[in-house]
Design a binder for this molecule. Structure first.
Ligand SMILES: Cc1ncc(COP(=O)(O)O)c(C=O)c1O
Length: 310
């Protein structure tokens, strides 16, 4: 059965979840070490998240983006370098919105230019990231960081770019933002937001009241220094454990990552491992060219559950 580009897995029919565990219709338990592809930051059924949702569901669930969630926007602005937030429903939509905003901004700077602004997509390693970002900035290139997977505390920092001491012009968020409900956002400074006019851009479901109340509950929890410190500590623990356990494995080339986004690079395909892990009750992912095992562990306490798995 195809579940994504890289993953071919035997079907599992899931029926319920609690914390970091999922259960199939036969009552078999699985550790959800992929967090729904880096979405369920607190696992399943977090009481604070549920309380926020239930409260909002009893108030109003949807009023459209005409009445945006001022409270969520304020919190995102207060905790970042941005002045404005454009809400979306997904990471893809947030990327598209950021590209539109960036082009409008560039056109507003060079209105008579014949050629449209160019877009470059760059993926780079930690060692060169800081250097590239600073050079781009000084060359007048508008740096947009996609923190869809690595942002919102997953890397042990509220924003992953805090680990590299660089400052983006714009930042794209999604995945864990509403802790399991579809949501995304583009964060921009005044200067860029000024190039878009009322009515130029819209998205009916973005800023949905239910989703935004869930996102406020998520942000409240994940931005606390103690929470961030716990992500760093757990990430260190897992990386050390993996390095130790994989020490004699001839196919394991590198264990890498920041906080609780961890990659195990292999010199062979990682797909057979996915199946084997699923058989053993571990739900994991691949990345890269299919040769990297990707763990996007829940940010809450998972040590007790995982100890017996390794
Ligand atoms: C870094 C990154 N940005 C954006 C996206 C798109 O996000 P979404 O699936 O929420 O549309 C993905 C999806 O894999 C991603 O990995």
């Amino acid at each position: 059965m195809w579940t994504s580009r890289h993953q071919i897995l035997a079907p599992v029919v899931l029926s319920s979840g609690k914390g970091c565990e999922l259960y199939d219709i036969d009552g078999r338990g699985y550790l959800h070490l992929s967090s729904g592809i880096a979405v369920n930051a607190f696992g399943h059924g977090d009481p604070d998240w549920l309380q926020a949702l239930t409260h909002q569901a009893n108030t109003h669930t949807h009023v459209s983006n005409i009445y945006c969630s001022v409270e969520l926007a304020k919190r995102l602005v207060a905790s970042s370098l941005a002045d404005h937030v454009f809400f979306t429903n997904s990471g893809m939509e947030a990327n598209e919105s950021a590209i539109k905003l960036a082009s409008k901004f560039q056109r507003s700077l060079h209105p008579s230019e014949k050629h449209p602004p160019e877009e470059w997509y760059i993926q780079c390693h930690k060692g060169v990231f800081g250097g590239i970002a600073h050079s781009l900035d000084s060359a007048g290139v508008l740096l947009v960081l996609d923190e869809v997977q690595c942002g919102l505390s997953r890397a042990g920092y509220l924003w992953a770019h805090d680990a590299y001491d660089i400052y983006p012009y714009m930042m794209i968020l999604a995945r864990p933002l509403a802790g399991g409900l579809p949501n995304g956002a583009v964060l921009t400074p005044d200067r860029v937001a000024g190039s878009i006019n009322f009515g130029d851009h819209g998205s009916t479901f973005s800023s949905n009241s239910l989703v935004c109340s869930a996102a406020i509950a998520v942000l409240d929890k994940i931005s606390k220094p103690r929470f961030l410190a716990s992500v760093v500590k757990k990430g260190k623990y897992f990386k050390e454990l993996l390095v130790k356990k994989l020490g004699g494995n001839p196919h394991a080339k590198e264990v890498r990552g920041l906080g609780l986004i961890i990659g195990i690079e292999r010199d062979v395909s990682a797909s057979p491992l996915l199946d084997a892990c699923q058989q053993s009750g571990l739900l994991i992912l691949t990345a890269g060219k299919g040769n990297v095992v990707r763990l996007a562990l829940p940010l809450v306490n998972i040590r007790a559950g995982t100890r017996h798995c390794f």
